[in-house]
Design a binder for this molecule. Structure first.
Ligand SMILES: Nc1nc2c(ncn2[C@@H]2O[C@H](COP(=O)(O)OP(=O)(O)OP(=O)(O)O)[C@@H](O)[C@H]2O)c(=O)[nH]1
Ligand SMILES: [Mg+2]
Length: 322
């Protein structure tokens, strides 16, 4: 049934899009509810407005609780790299952490559930990557220590809800917080970190249309969008591969002459590391006595004789001779 809405209703709708604070949104939604005609054909719309109002009221309550000061948390880095999960409220950050690691964060169907950062270790092939769940990015309520954690990360996952009716506002606000934290440049789409753009909740049917809206606004700005369902572990293989690549690291296996290589405990190094820099990490003596290295690449039997400045690649096996 068609609902005939008065023109003021549409004016309010436009105002709602521009509203910055949650308080403003609640008051506009309440006005919309008051001016709309109340009959059978508008029941669905009334219910929708009411549910939005209660969602924002819950957000407000949570924000008040978050504001009560807590000590500044610090996360010690562990593993081969640290990836911090950030993004708008309720996007599934804690769910993602809980599915990729053994950590047990609190998960709620309301925004601002997470108040403290929570680390967890993720297995990726033969290495471990540390993930950190963070409180959501909100201009009004995110505390500055969240910025410290994001700036110290090796890379970031920006996780948003790709089924949300408010997707554009949610992303815009979270990006403004990243600007405030000096992770994003103002008025450009440049970031000083590798960022993996992840749309979550593709198990929900509405995500199909909303993904199109997202792409309309952001496809020319971001290099790649990964879509997942954290709930159903969907697309995790691809996500994990992108996470590894975002760290710009390589795994190098060492071998003692006459013995088989140690394929279980790789050294993880920054991309473009030279043979001599690895020797330095293994043992200072190796640098002093360095003559050459024998190196196996891409699983081939062919031996490469490498000098000091030879650039290592992921999965090289190396035997240093002095
Ligand atoms: N359908 C669906 N729901 C999800 C998915 N991931 C998370 N959720 C739900 O979304 C809600 C929020 O999940 P959280 O993991 O708490 O989200 P968050 O981003 O950590 O939220 P805050 O800490 O409050 O910012 C919960 O009800 C989850 O069950 C998903 O892939 N699909
Ligand atoms: Mg959370």
């Amino acid at each position: 049934m068609v609902v005939n809405l008065p023109p003021q209703f549409h004016e309010k709708e436009a105002e709602l899009k521009k509203a910055k604070t949650i308080e403003e949104k609640i008051s506009i939604l309440e006005e919309m509810l008051a001016i709309m005609p109340k009959h059978k054909s508008s029941e669905k719309l009334q219910a929708l407005l009411k549910s939005k109002i209660s969602k924002y009221k819950k957000m407000l309550e949570e924000q008040v609780k978050t504001k009560k000061k807590s000590p500044v948390p610090v996360i010690q880095k562990e593993g081969s790299g640290q990836i911090v999960i950030c993004g708008p409220p309720n996007s599934g950050k804690s769910t993602l952490l809980s599915k990729l690691t053994k950590a047990i964060p609190e998960i709620g169907d309301y925004p601002f559930t997470t108040k403290m950062p929570i680390p967890g270790m993720m297995d990726y092939q033969d290495i471990k990557i540390q993930l950190v769940d963070t409180p959501s990015l909100s201009l009004e309520f995110t505390e500055n220590w969240v910025g410290d954690i994001l700036r110290k990360a090796d890379s970031l996952i920006f996780l948003f809800d790709i089924s949300s009716d408010y997707i554009l506002e949610e992303i815009e606000e979270a990006l403004k917080v990243l600007e405030k934290f000096k992770i994003k440049e103002e008025n450009t789409f440049k970031f000083n970190k590798n960022i993996i753009w992840v749309g979550n909740k593709i198990d929900l049917p509405e995500s199909k249309d909303i993904k199109e809206i997202f792409l309309e606004f952001y496809s020319d700005k971001i290099n790649e969008l990964i879509t997942i369902s954290a709930k159903n572990y969907e697309n995790f293989d691809l996500l994990k591969e992108k996470m590894f690549l975002s760290l710009d690291i390589i795994r190098i296996y060492t071998k003692i002459p006459g013995k088989p290589p140690d394929l279980e405990n790789p050294y993880t190094l920054k991309k473009n590391t030279k043979v001599i820099e690895l020797a330095e990490i293994i043992h200072k003596e190796l640098v002093k006595n360095f003559k050459y290295a024998r190196l196996w690449r891409n699983g081939k039997d062919k031996v490469i004789i490498a000098g000091r400045d030879y650039i290592l690649q992921d999965k090289d096996i190396i035997e240093i001779h002095g």
